[in-house]
Write a protein that binds this ligand. Structure first.
Ligand code: SF4
Length: 339
């Protein structure tokens, strides 16, 4: 791959975990300068808009209400403050390590309305679905989700239609476990572009990049993660998701509102919703932050004027520097983009 001297190829790694693995394994330094990797919109925390963070900061101030969340979301800037700031100002916020911890907390504290910050893609939506089935069965009535759940195909369509200049996609491994690899076929045909589903080890990623270079210009989908990814995905998880969620428009940082790219609670599960509809606005905390462009592959993190100066993992100015799956965070800690 280091000696490749064919036409220039731009490949997008969609998933934040792939971004982290590419950095950790120093993959970029093993590639020819003619192979460029760009990060995409697959870090769930990074694509979450400020209206969602603002809603969480409001909810934690309400009487007898507590917000339960993963740690990284507590540092993501809202319009004026993040969840850590809200907590310091008297808000009730508690960090949890899994959605199951959140449900258990609700079960043990029936006097509180427990709002879990449910951010993620198909992979986590499947987990939330099974959690809600348990909550329904056990009649846990004080558990709520503030959802910012998104699905992959519509945003990939958006990137192909609006961004362009991408010769292939490293398709997300975890999402594909749930959805199956077949979901990429319509996009591959529509844009004449290859998708290769990849595992997360360095060797698996190199194999995927090699395949994408070979498949350039071909409408092909290849599954190089067959140990866990199948053609049609996890049918039980997909059924549970369809039971709990229905498609809805969703706002993506940098891309605006994309029809049918989100999931909202429906049917008997709608009672678990903490007021997730209409959280569509996105106001940058720091107007010089380029997260919106980083997430679509339009610019590299190192092209942001704040990168490594004002904005570091200790002083993040945007979500892409907060999350360990964020492009800016990974470029910063690995020196990616400086080769
Ligand atoms: Fe935003 Fe910081 Fe990334 Fe710049 S370096 S785009 S300010 S998160």
């Amino acid at each position: 791959m280091k000696n490749y001297d064919g036409p220039k190829v731009r490949l997008m790694e969609v998933c934040g975990t792939h971004t982290a693995s590419i950095s950790k394994n120093g993959i970029v330094r093993m590639l020819s300068p003619n192979i460029q990797l760009i990060s995409g919109p697959g870090c769930p925390v990074c694509v979450t808009v400020t209206a969602y963070i603002d809603r969480l900061t409001e909810l934690c101030m309400q009487p007898n209400t507590i917000v339960l969340t993963f740690g990284d979301l507590m540092r993501v800037p809202g319009t004026e403050r993040n969840l850590n700031d809200a907590k310091a100002a008297g808000g009730s916020v508690r960090m949890v390590y899994s959605p199951l911890d959140a449900l258990r907390y609700a079960e043990e504290n029936p006097q509180l309305t427990c709002v879990f910050a449910a951010v993620g893609f198909e992979t986590t939506a499947a987990v939330y679905a099974s959690l809600l089935q348990e909550a329904l069965q056990k009649e846990i009535k004080n558990f709520r989700l503030l959802t910012s759940l998104k699905v992959m195909p519509p945003v990939l369509d958006w990137v192909c239609a609006n961004q362009g200049g991408i010769d292939g996609f490293i398709a997300p491994g975890h999402v594909s476990v749930i959805t199956g690899w077949k979901i990429y076929e319509p996009l591959a045909k529509k844009y004449n572009i290859p998708f290769v589903v990849s595992g997360f080890e360095g060797g698996q990623l190199l194999e995927t990049i090699y395949a994408l270079v070979k498949l350039r210009g071909m409408p092909r989908v290849m599954n190089l993660y067959p140990s866990v990814v199948t053609e049609n995905g996890n049918e039980e998880a997909l059924r549970a998701m369809a039971d709990c969620f229905e498609p809805c428009p969703a706002a993506w940082r940098g891309m605006g509102v994309i029809p049918d790219s989100g999931l909202r609670l429906h049917g008997e599960y709608a009672m678990f919703d903490a007021g997730s509809d209409g959280l569509l606005q996105d106001h940058s905390f720091n107007t010089n932050c380029r997260c919106a462009k980083v997430l679509t592959g339009a610019v590299s993190p190192t092209q942001c004027p704040l990168f490594g100066r004002v904005c570091t993992p200790q002083t993040p100015q945007g979500a892409c520097m907060v999350s360990q799956e964020g492009s800016c965070y990974n470029y910063y800690i690995s020196g990616r983009g400086s080769k």
